[in-house]
Design a protein around this ligand. Structure first.
Ligand code: AYL
Length: 542
């Protein structure tokens, strides 16, 4: 056993390419096929339209807003056919795209805009008021571009119409050359601790990761041809790295048709499955639960299904087996593991091995080095098989660092290894299994919830001395946040009002569905760090 383990896949050469051009490289071969279609409005683009519009919009962005290399463009958008156009346009123009969660509250949007120094924001009329409030809060004014969801929408006077930009005539070059090391994408993640931070993903990170999972991905996604096209029901939001890179970028790259719905609703999802009978599903564990338990789900929806990818949160072996039983076909379900900081793909079950084992996310993707270590061992010695330990990662997909946050960047790495805060083990076949999570992060429906962020909100509520938030198991959500609250001496906290207060400040997935529990004390170490494990066992039965 060596000092670390290497991916069992042969190393690949990471192409030297501009990320957007890399994705669009083969678009010409299937230019007239539909690339993306909204299941609700039926708005659609062919691959050629997607490419042309991306180039045009990119030029207009540079012309109208006089942006310079590396400037931030914010996307506060629902899933819709124009989303990838906005992203490609930004990247083709040498700018950086930051995806903002479209379910965010005013406070959360304000924080994201401020932290990322967004210069231009793309959004919808339905989010106009929220955005205005966020900007008032920040006392800032930036150009807002409105992307219509419905044809007959009225656009606010002060806004810029996306369509006008798309049709603007300019004589600028199609593409702005960039260095491989330039940050092109800035999604947000709280990592192992603290508040959400901008994750600096470079051109090389994203090209590498698309190439790294091209090999396993191509084994299931057939490149579009005259008579054949894969179809994906794209319901995971494109503001999350899973929806952005794994679903949108990597599948457009092979000519797959993406079916979008603006907001996930159970019925719309069922309609997409019924009408489009996708060949590929990209899901998260709560959707596995949905598919295996909802009475409206019919086996015939899966008649063309070839492969299902599931990631972002743990999926138990028995849920995987139940899923196979419902979709009936001998479908392959592949688990993937990764994180925003790793662009995101790190582990994936190889296609050939899918279904042979349950509850595993397989091997590291190519060009990836892994260590499994005792998190408390300062030498960080690789433990070898069958011993659970923290996963450490090295590879071309690992982020450059956190935006404007060198302290957090430094603590995220040790000797060049990225510390995941996840505990896993691998067996004799080098199949990996997650066993625990030691970082603060809570995962609700596969989305991140940073306890520190909720604790900061709770602290502002009358009567609260201090609080600690942890995730507790939830049947459908995976986990749900629960707050343990200590009251100020002589004061009482109204837990219902506190729950309501959090609802007004934080997006839905962060709501205190796990409840609020009043306690006498919160266990901490001498430097004041909350001991969440101890807290968990202390109040296990409350
Ligand atoms: P973030 N099993 C268990 N936990 C997981 C898994 C998995 N398969 N995948 C991700 N996680 C947890 O940044 C883990 O704690 O990225 C990890 O540190 O929102 C954290 O989620 C990262 O959360 C894909 C499809 C990766 C999805 C993803 C997940 C991206 C989530 C590769 O192909």
């Amino acid at each position: 056993m060596g000092d670390h383990m290497r991916s069992m896949h042969p190393d690949i050469e990471i192409p030297k390419a501009h990320m957007a051009e890399f994705v669009m490289k083969d678009f010409g071969s299937w230019h007239d096929k539909i690339a993306i279609e909204c299941a609700v409005t039926q708005k659609k683009y062919t691959f050629e339209e997607l490419r042309r519009n991306s180039i045009n919009l990119g030029k207009a962005l540079r012309k109208v807003f006089e942006l310079k290399k590396g400037d931030l463009v914010g996307l506060l958008l629902l899933n819709n056919p124009d989303y990838p156009i906005c992203a490609f346009a930004t990247i083709l123009s040498g700018l950086t795209v930051t995806m903002i969660n479209s379910t965010y509250t005013v406070d959360e949007i304000a924080r994201h805009l401020k932290d990322s120094d967004v210069k231009v924001l793309f959004t919808h009329s339905s989010l106009w008021d929220t955005v205005q409030k966020a900007m008032q809060k920040l006392r800032m004014k930036i150009p807002i571009v409105i992307v219509k969801i419905k044809e007959d929408e009225v656009i606010p006077n002060e806004a810029i119409n996306y369509e006008d930009l798309l049709h603007l005539k300019t004589d600028l070059p199609d593409v702005v050359e960039i260095d491989d090391d330039q940050v092109i994408c800035l999604p947000y993640s709280s990592g192992t601790t603290g508040l959400p931070k901008g994750v600096m993903l470079t051109n090389r990170n994203l090209v590498a990761n698309l190439a790294q999972h091209d090999i396993p991905a191509l084994q299931y996604a057939v490149k579009a041809s005259k008579n054949y096209q894969e179809v994906l029901a794209l319901v995971l939001p494109m503001y999350h790295i899973y929806g952005f890179t794994v679903s949108t970028m990597s599948l457009l790259k092979v000519g797959c048709k993406l079916i979008t719905i603006p907001k996930f609703k159970r019925n719309s999802y069922l309609e997409v499955l019924a009408r489009h009978t996708p060949t590929i599903l990209h899901i998260v564990p709560p959707l596995v639960t949905f598919i295996t338990t909802h009475p409206g789900v019919k086996t015939e929806y899966f008649q063309r299904l070839k492969i299902t990818l599931c990631g972002a949160a743990p999926l138990g072996g028995s849920d995987e087996d139940k899923f196979r039983a419902v979709v009936a076909k001998p479908t392959k379900i592949i688990q993937a593991y990764g994180m925003t900081e790793t662009s995101p793909m790190v582990f994936m079950t190889p296609y050939a091995e899918a279904g042979k084992y349950s509850g595993t996310f397989g091997h590291p993707v190519s060009n990836t080095l892994i260590k499994v270590v005792d998190p408390d061992d300062p030498t960080l010695k690789h433990l070898g098989p069958n011993k659970p330990g923290e996963i450490l990662i090295k590879g071309p997909q690992v982020m450059k660092g956190y935006y404007k946050n060198s302290t957090e960047t430094e603590s995220a790495f040790v000797d060049g290894w990225y510390r995941t805060g996840d505990i896993a083990k691998y067996d004799e076949n080098e199949m990996f299994f997650i066993t625990d999570r030691i970082k603060e992060l809570i995962k609700v429906k596969g989305f991140q919830v940073a306890p520190f962020e909720l604790e900061a909100i709770i602290k502002k509520f009358p009567g609260v001395l201090e609080s600690a938030v942890i995730g507790i198991p939830h049947e459908y959500l995976g986990e749900s946040p629960r707050a343990y609250v200590v009251q100020k001496p002589g004061e009482k906290v109204n837990t219902e009002e506190l729950t309501q207060f959090v609802r007004s400040k934080a997006a839905k997935h962060k709501h205190l569905v796990g409840g609020v529990v009043i306690v006498d004390r919160i266990p901490k170490n001498p430097s004041g760090k909350i001991l969440r494990r101890q807290l968990r066992s202390l109040y296990e039965n409350s």
